[in-house]
Structure formats: C-alpha cells, structure tokens
Write a protein that binds this ligand. Structure first.
Ligand code: B12
Length: 219
C-alpha cells in the first residue's frame, strides 16, 4: 500500500494532476505513510523525472510549472506532519535563492527539511538582492544561511553575498551552506562557504549539527 501511494504521488506530479496529489497526500497520512518519505520518495521524485525530461527536451516550461504546482499541492498537506526533531529553542535559518535567479523548487525542499529539523526558517524567497540577505542575517541573528542557485550566470552573486557578509563582519557568526545544480564542493570552498550537498536531508542534518555547535553569545 505504501509503495502504491508513493508511486501514485510521483505519477501525479509527472502528469500534473494536483487533485490526485492532494488526495494521495491525505491518504498517505490516513494510512500512516511517513510524510517525509511521501515528500522525498513520492512528490520530489516526480519533479526529478520532470527535470530530466525537460533537459532531454521531452517536456517544456509549462509542464514544469504544472508539475511544481502539483508538488506543492501535496506538500501543503504533508509538510505540517513531518516530525519535528529535537526540542528547545529554535535555531534560525535565513534561506533564499540569490539575485537574478527565480528557481525556487529546490530551495523550498531544503526549507521543508530544515524546518522539519526544527529551524525557524526566514524565507526571503527568490531573486533576492544581496543586501537583503545580509540585512536578514543581521536582523534575525541567524545561525545558518542557505543560498541556492540553479544557473551558472548567477553563481557570481553567491560570491558577492559572501563578500558582503565578510565585509559586514558577520562571517564568524553564521554557518553558510550553498546548493543547486551547478554548485560543486570546489566552488563552495573557493567562495568560502562551509558546505554544499545535493541531498536536502543531509543539508538539514549538517545545518542542525553546526547550529548547535555555535557559541550562543556570539550575537
Ligand atoms: C523547473 C525549472 C524552471 C522553472 C522554475 C520554477 C520554480 N518555481 O523554481 C521555470 C520555468 C520558471 C524556469 C525558468 C528559467 N530557467 Co529553468 N529550469 C528548471 C529545471 C527544469 C528544473 C529545476 C528544478 O526545480 N529541479 C527540481 C529541484 C528539486 O532540484 P534542484 O533545484 O536542483 O534542487 C535540489 C538540489 O540542487 C539541492 N539544492 C537546491 N538548492 C539548494 C540549496 C542548498 C543550500 C543545498 C545544500 C542544496 C540545494 O537540493 C534539491 C533537492 O535535491 C532546470 C533543469 C534541471 N535539470 O535542473 C532548468 C534550468 C535550471 N533552467 C535554466 C534556465 C536557463 C532558465 C531560464 C533562464 C530560461 C529562460 N530562457 O527563460 C529561466 C530563469 C529565469 C531566471 N531569471 O531565473 C537552465 C540553467 C542553465 C545554466 N546552467 O545556467 C536549466 C539548467 C535548464 C537547462 N538545461 O538549460 N526554469
């Protein structure tokens, strides 16, 4: 039954059937399917297939937008039920897609996993000006900064954000994780970020470990 529901969620995203995604997400909860698995192995897997088909020119932009809208339909039902880990005070995450880039599906998946770990996620959205990122880090006394970009042309803006964070003297106060399809560990190291991964759950685990190890009195 679990496998059928998860496969059904994947198919719903691929076929752009939002009603089906919503119905199956509810069914997953009713049948005791782990909502985390339903998101990652079900909905996100469908989005991954659609991304591959887009790259192979088998589907086009409108299909992607319908697929992502379908994915969010299911996520709205499932995400509130993903178990919160840990207790105590919530660590603060500032998360965004950098200036010039409107891709936010991966960023939202990372946010979902980080929220499930117990972060208070300050989501600045997409196409976020560098000065807004820096201001949000300071205002919210962030523990973790997560930046995404999916385009090679906007990787530079990550470098610029790092430069600004350094220039404002904030670098020692936060841990910085970056990601998105063009980001490699070499690039992360080159710009002075702390970590990158393609796996949103690994990202969340890393972030919580790092946040817990930060000195409380640093802000
Ligand atoms: C969906 C999509 C769109 C949608 C975006 C909808 C949305 N709300 O996000 C729309 C249709 C709007 C779009 C527009 C454009 N797109 Co587009 N798009 C894609 C596509 C097909 C899939 C991206 C996606 O959502 N994947 C699914 C998610 C779940 O995966 P993900 O984002 O990679 O995230 C995962 C990891 O990377 C990681 N991750 C992501 N962020 C972070 C952050 C951290 C901190 C960590 C640790 C991990 C992490 O975790 C996620 C889960 O595993 C990609 C192709 C591809 N195969 O990636 C092209 C792609 C990214 N797009 C591309 C382009 C060029 C554009 C446009 C410029 C097209 C145009 N000519 O108008 C515009 C962008 C305009 C702009 N200024 O931003 C190019 C970029 C080329 C390049 N290398 O620079 C790609 C690669 C397609 C291609 N092959 O040419 N696009």
């Amino acid at each position: 039954m679990t496998d059928e529901i998860i496969q059904g969620l994947t198919d719903a995203v691929i076929n752009g059937k939002k009603d089906q995604a919503i119905e199956l997400a509810q069914k997953a909860l009713d049948e005791g399917v782990d909502p985390y698995n339903a998101v990652i192995d079900g909905l996100a897997e469908g989005m991954k297939t659609m991304s591959e088909r887009y790259d192979a020119k088998e589907v086009f932009m409108p299909h992607l937008l319908i697929a992502s809208n379908t994915m969010y339909g299911g996520m709205d039902i499932l995400t509130p039920h993903i178990k919160l880990e840990g207790g105590g005070e919530r660590k603060v995450l500032v998360i965004c897609t950098v200036e010039g880039d409107v891709h936010d599906i991966g960023k939202n998946l990372v946010k979902t996993m980080m929220s499930a770990k117990g972060f208070n996620a300050i989501d600045l959205g997409k196409d976020v000006p560098i000065e807004d990122i820096v201001a949000a880090v300071e205002e919210n006394k962030a523990d973790i900064v997560s930046m995404s970009t999916l385009m090679t042309s906007t990787m530079d803006n990550m470098q610029k954000a790092m430069d600004q964070i350094n220039a404002k003297g904030l670098r020692d106060k936060v841990k910085i994780i970056i990601g998105g399809a063009p980001i490699t560990p070499d690039f992360a190291e080159e710009i002075g970020a702390d970590f990158t991964t393609t796996d949103s759950m690994e990202a969340a685990t890393w972030a919580m470990e790092q946040a817990n190890a930060l000195d409380e009195g640093r802000w």
